[in-house]
Design a protein around this ligand. Structure first.
Ligand SMILES: Cc1ncc(C[n+]2csc(CCOP(=O)(O)OP(=O)(O)O)c2C)c(N)n1
Ligand SMILES: [Mg+2]
Length: 804
């Protein structure tokens, strides 16, 4: 064995030991009194990756390469980082514990230079593909030198390859001429519940080749290859290749004697192959049969190096054994399996580790400590220390211009398109850093004019044939490396992963992008896990969802979104807004571009009690409904209120009998209702809610602050409602689930009725549907009448309201 191989093999041994110990002590020692907390899933799954990850991190990878590590290989990752001095013993000891090393590698919660979070299988895989496309974008815009471009690497469980989002990404990658992407499959043929289907590898191989990927299959290690070259070796090779996954796993678990018996039963008395088997001891036989490609350092190094000479996307299928090197190797139940304390003691002895010295980096290999330290120091990947970049903040103008509606009704969606179009015309750094993306709804979400201005991105120049042929068309779309719109196919999953990749550009590529993605609001659910994942990674983006609610009426019942305002409220890391008017939208977008760039720590804002210093992403829920625009000046105070979540469009008088709190496209109904009740209900107030999410978050934060002794804490909603008399009825209304604003009742205990939409699926005109769901002016008045009795509201008695 060469020196290099010997060093790597010792490192692998240390990595496997530390990872196994970390899991063991978390289950048996730290939490020993709580038998229920034992969590498997890591031990066997990690062991399967030890060789591959040792090869990558200590030899193959360069600092600019980025890796998504399959969730259950997290202990191996932490162990590698620990040996490299980038993870602490304290966090290792506290694996899975509060503020300890995380169960699954986490960009936001771990300290050890995690490139991409994982956990929800499949997402980290696709994330590497999109990060590679974003890297191409950043390089094509001249912000990244070709020599600094890295490979985006995913380490994948074979069962993980069942996740459909991977294949949606694969197709998108092909369209965008993906390069610099390696997907390395830990082909241990075991999933969580069992053993995977025979022949999966050949399906993967043809599929990936079909999409233009190189496929490298690492089936046999060098020891096996050498044996195959012996007389009778061909027969052994054939036997191994024909062996069903279940049987291979079972024999691996049983060990050398079982291998011998089975092999002799099937290959005995067949001349040379029998001698090949007989000439080996049980241990040698077990070593030979376990020498699959994914556990063979020389084969792995060779394959990775060969692929380093080009930038084609490459799939590596590495045959492995789940639990390799541990007593639970190969057992089909091993996913949740843990080594028993006795097994662990045996393993410790075999590793040469003394009791009480388990955490020492070079325990058991003291003689080679210097050589190993040196090897890590020289490993290219660790040469530059942690690789978490930051990028300067892009200045955001004082205000964004928005179109003058000239007295005509305009929808927030149309306004969004025009605000972006105006930005596209500006020679401003902000405009240069904007990048838009959309899953085949670019035109229908009003991005068309922006794209006309700024062009579509592609690595290669591609002209617009219609333009070249002089065929008139509204959209002049040519592709170029300078383009600023990344067009996606219909798969919404890809939109969110693309936003995740774009929104991490400052941290991954050191160059800030301000991504905006558009989608039809109901299809947020299609990519909800991806959206959650993007937020979990702290990617920064602006999600513009339109059209929304039942207001898209004639577009079809299937597209009506009810629950998305609740998604906006509940999604951590996402500030959700729903404007009614263009001036509000311009304020929100301006705030958004700044908010997306914030990265401070600190105390909540004294006024809103929101954690605005840390920043985050945005979700703007827009509408296609044209709405008459207010004539007003946007003051700083109004803009602040819009961002805090609400303002009085009409302040309630001291004797107010009712307050109508509305959101978004229902502004006209709320205004109409207030007008129609004027004669019968005194001093009715009209509260415009621009962000139920932030209004609510500020309220809960202020309550928390008061409970902890900051008695002066008052939230925005508390301030707004402070002077509303206790007898006043509060009616809230939005085109979404009524629970979104239902909590307003809790602020001061006003009698409240929350109107909204609870069923969907019916097509009709806006008026039909508003009437049907009781969110029209009459519905609002009915609610007021029942909450604030008084004399009958005369306009309710009339046959219909003007909205109908
Ligand atoms: C989206 C999602 N669904 C389910 C799970 C639960 N889960 C974790 S690992 C796993 C299967 C693991 O099999 P494989 O990918 O082959 O990895 P191995 O443990 O064999 O390395 C499952 C179903 C998950 N983490 N994410
Ligand atoms: Mg597996």
């Amino acid at each position: 064995m060469s020196n290099r191989l010997q060093t790597l093999s010792l490192l692998e041994k240390r990595v496997l030991w530390l990872a196994s110990w970390m899991i063991h002590q978390a289950n048996y020692l730290r939490d020993k009194d709580d038998l229920d907390v034992k969590v498997g899933g890591h031990q066997a799954s990690s062991a399967s990756m030890a060789t591959i990850m040792t090869a990558l991190y200590f030899d193959v990878l360069r600092p600019q390469d980025r890796v998504a590590v399959k969730p259950h290989a997290s202990p191996i990752f932490h162990a590698i980082q620990y040996l490299a001095g980038q993870q602490t013993r304290e966090k290792m000891e506290n694996f899975r514990g509060f503020k300890g090393a995380q169960s699954y590698p986490s960009r936001t919660k771990d300290i050890d230079d995690v490139d991409f979070s994982t956990g929800s299988v499949g997402l980290g895989v696709a994330q590497t593909l999109f990060s590679s496309l974003v890297q191409d974008y950043v390089a094509a815009h001249g912000w990244l030198k070709p020599k600094d471009m890295g490979r985006m690497v995913a380490l994948i469980g074979d069962a993980e390859m069942d996740e459909g989002n991977i294949y949606e990404a694969l197709l998108e990658g092909w369209k965008h001429e993906l390069r610099n992407c390696w997907w390395i499959v830990d082909y241990n043929r075991q999933s969580l519940d069992g053993v995977i289907r025979e022949g999966l590898w050949s399906k993967l191989e043809t599929m990936f080749r079909n999409f233009g990927w190189d496929v490298v299959i690492l089936r046999h290690g060098k020891i096996q290859e050498a044996a195959f070259a012996e007389p009778g070796g061909e027969q052994l090779k054939q036997w191994i290749e024909d062996c069903p996954n279940q049987l291979y796993s079972a024999l691996t678990f049983q060990g050398g004697a079982a291998w011998r018996q089975r092999l002799m039963d099937e290959l005995g008395d067949q001349g040379p192959v029998s001698r090949l088997i007989e000439s080996r001891s049980d241990d040698e036989l077990a070593e030979l049969m376990g020498n699959l490609g994914g556990h063979d350092m020389p084969s792995l190094l060779e394959a990775f190096k060969a692929a380093s000479n080009h930038d084609r996307p490459t799939l590596f299928l590495c045959y492995t054994i789940k639990g390799f090197g541990l007593p639970l190797a190969g057992h089909k139940d091993n996913h949740a399996g843990l080594m028993t304390p006795d097994q662990m003691a045996g393993f410790r002895d075999a590793m040469g580790v003394r009791e009480g010295h388990e955490w020492e980096p070079w325990e058991g290999v003291a003689e080679q400590a210097e050589q190993l330290t040196e090897a890590i120091k020289n490993a290219p990947f660790f040469a530059k220390g942690p690789r978490r970049y930051s990028a300067a903040q892009i200045q955001v103008p004082e205000a964004l211009s928005y179109p003058d509606a000239k007295g005509k009704p305009v929808s927030t969606q149309a306004g969004f398109g025009q605000i972006l179009h105006d930005l596209g015309r500006a020679d401003h750094e902000l405009a240069a850093r904007l990048v838009t993306t959309s899953p085949d709804v670019t035109v229908s979400t009003n991005l068309g004019n922006w794209v006309n201005r700024r062009g579509l991105f592609s690595v290669e120049e591609l002209s617009d044939t219609f333009k070249a042929e002089r065929i008139p068309s509204t959209y002049k779309w040519s592709f170029s490396p300078q383009g600023q719109h990344m067009e996606l196919g219909i798969a919404e999953s890809n939109l969110f992963l693309m936003l995740s990749a774009m929104g991490l550009s400052h941290s991954i590529h050191g160059e800030r992008l301000l991504p905006i993605g558009t989608v039809y609001d109901p299809f947020i659910y299609r990519g909800a896990d991806q959206l959650n994942y993007a937020c979990y990674q702290d990617a920064r983006f602006m999600l513009v969802a339109t059209p929304s609610g039942v207001t898209l009426a004639p577009e079809g019942g299937a597209h009506q979104s009810i629950g998305t305002p609740l998604v906006g409220m509940a999604q951590d890391g996402l500030a959700a807004f729903e404007p009614a008017y263009l001036d509000e939208l311009a304020v929100m977008m301006r705030f958004g571009f700044e908010y997306m760039q914030r990265d401070g720590e600190g105390d909540p804002d004294e006024k809103t009690w929101l954690r605005d210093q840390t920043g985050g992403s945005l979700y703007l829920r827009l509408s296609t409904r044209p709405v008459e625009q207010p004539q007003r000046e946007m003051t700083t105070a109004l803009a602040d209120d819009i961002i805090a979540g609400a303002y009085w469009l009409r302040e309630p008088g001291p004797n107010a009998e009712a307050v109508i709190a509305y959101t978004g496209a229902l502004a006209p109904e709320a205004i109409e209702a207030v007008g129609m009740m004027a004669e019968d209900r005194r001093d009715v107030g009209l509260l415009a809610i621009t962000s139920a999410d932030r209004l609510y978050a500020g309220w809960t934060a202020a309550q928390r602050a008061r409970e902890r002794g900051q008695c002066h804490a008052v939230s925005h909603v508390e301030r707004l409602l402070a002077d509303v008399p206790s007898h006043t009825a509060l009616v809230s209304v939005l085109d979404g689930h009524p629970a979104t604003l239902g909590w307003l009742a809790g602020v001061y205990g006003h009698r409240t009725r929350s109107l909204g939409v609870e069923h969907f699926g019916q097509t009709g005109t806006i008026a039909d549907l508003y009437r049907h769901f009781g969110i029209d002016a009459r519905g609002i008045m009915r609610a007021v009448q029942s909450l604030a009795p008084g004399r009958p509201i005369r306009n309710l008695g009339l046959a219909g309201s003007a909205a109908q």
